[in-house]
Design a binder for this molecule. Sequence first.
Ligand SMILES: Cc1cc2nc3c(=O)[nH]c(=O)nc-3n(C[C@H](O)[C@H](O)[C@H](O)COP(=O)(O)OP(=O)(O)OC[C@H]3O[C@@H](n4cnc5c(N)ncnc54)[C@H](O)[C@@H]3O)c2cc1C
Length: 304
Amino acid sequence: MYDIIIIGAGPAGMTAAIYGQRAGKTTLLLDGYSYGGQVINTPEIENYPGLKKVSGLEFANDLYEQMTALGAEIKYEKAVSVEKGLNKAKLVSTEEGGKYMGRSVIIATGAKNRPMGIAREDELTGMGISYCATCDGAFFRNKDVAVVGGGNTALEDAEVLSGLCNKVYLVHRRDEFRGDAHNVARLSAKDNVEFVLNSTVEALRGEHKVSGITVKDKDTGALREIDVEGIFVAIGQVPDNKAFENLVELSEAGYVKADESCKTSAEGIFVAGDCRTKKVRQITTATADGSVAALSAVEYINSL
Ligand SMILES: Cc1cc2nc3c(=O)[nH]c(=O)nc-3n(C[C@H](O)[C@H](O)[C@H](O)COP(=O)(O)OP(=O)(O)OC[C@H]3O[C@@H](n4cnc5c(N)ncnc54)[C@H](O)[C@@H]3O)c2cc1C
């Protein structure tokens, strides 16, 4: 029986483990992939207070070392359900067949990239379609690529790619970008970036790998064929909390409902980071949640 079982070893989950261990509680982290979460795809973090510049990997490694040195345990398994057991215990089951008992549970499952939702997207993911320009951009050196999206992530992806690729088409469904004006201005000044506004991607071309896209002008309905070898999708994120929908209340968008207290609708179940209802999803807010959720869990355990 662990005191706290934390589902997800991103910045929120690992911070929760640090606070849990330091409060003298046993913690188990479960992660279906690896430790670090989304930050491992971030080449440079420049907005975490106290760290002027750090790579995402270094940040994740430091958090990992800090929590394991304090005695936190981690298993690379994906949680598929949490059930309430006898005497308020919780049973967490994993896809790999693991069954773990905890006095409390912290859900810290983060969020995932939103797919475009068009035919053959799954089939061509990894064969020209990517959701991370900083991870995969180098594979498209001197090639023509498209970035899909209109927020800061899309604008920043287009900037990174403009330094590597021959040509970057930035396809956005509205006639102006949601991202910061200074990012737009920087991109406008680049010779190898073309804005394809008011347009949606209708179809993907290429047999075994991407060779182009068909975009549709939303006003005129005109179709345009653009030859590209890479497509970088940056249209936001979605949470992955389906496994917990019968346990805790979720928002319409699928985020676990909770306020700054990180308490969910279920007794002894807490939530931290990008997977909960909140306005700002950043490393600072994820680590802040991790500490709050862990201290709430400690208070709950002590009251049992
Ligand atoms: C490319 C990129 C760049 C970014 N740059 C910055 C930046 O510069 N500054 C900044 O502040 N923020 C940045 N962010 C956002 C920041 O990374 C996130 O806000 C932060 O990682 C959220 O932390 P989290 O712990 O809530 O979730 P995540 O980092 O998403 O971690 C969640 C973890 O849970 C695991 N998981 C999910 N479901 C399960 C399950 N059922 N069972 C077990 N494990 C599960 C996942 O494998 C993952 O490891 C960036 C994000 C991206 C994608």
